[in-house]
Design a protein around this ligand. Structure first.
Ligand code: SF4
Length: 151
């Protein structure tokens, strides 16, 4: 993972190096799922429909390095956005740190186990369908875990 400082995940997001920032992601894949916004109320609903680049079995981007070439509007998170975007899961490592909360115990940086995010029930892995097969998003509205108490 390159040169990462000891317990870098406890530092403010704005102080992280690029490798540290990238390493903070728990790989849940939930930011890669489509949302549906109610035109009247502005309310945003979650779906189980994934970006075409998401590997639906693992919950990982299948071409993270080149994703912008295929999905130009792929979200580029920043420390500021992590604290502002309301549709990101509350379990997201960036959201937690943006609000001064510690990483959950299942996060791979603490547990040493990349699969622990799946066992914690907060990963998209195995629970989503690709946008290339899904059809209308309105048919795929789901309620995802929003609690962040799986620590
Ligand atoms: S929601 Fe957050 S932790 Fe999960 S994959 Fe996206 S950026 Fe990473």
């Amino acid at each position: 993972m390159g040169s990462l400082r000891e317990r870098f995940w406890e530092l403010p997001l704005a102080d992280l190096t690029t490798p540290e920032w990238e390493a903070l992601c728990d790989g849940c894949g939930r930011c890669c799922l489509h949302k549906v916004e109610d035109e009247d109320t502005g309310e945003v609903a979650d779906t189980n429909v994934a970006c075409k680049l998401l590997d639906c079995a693992s919950g990982n981007c299948s071409d993270y390095r080149h994703r912008k070439a295929f999905v130009p509007d792929c979200l580029q998170l920043t420390p500021k956005l992590a604290g502002e975007i309301e549709w990101l899961p509350q379990t997201c490592a960036y959201v937690r740190r943006a609000h001064g909360r510690p990483l959950p115990g299942w996060h791979y940086l603490l547990s040493g186990d990349r699969e622990a995010v799946i066992r914690a029930g907060v990963s998209a892995a195995g629970r989503v369908i690709s946008e290339t097969r899904a059809g209308p998003l309105e048919h795929h509205i789901v309620e995802w875990e929003t609690e962040d108490d799986q620590a």
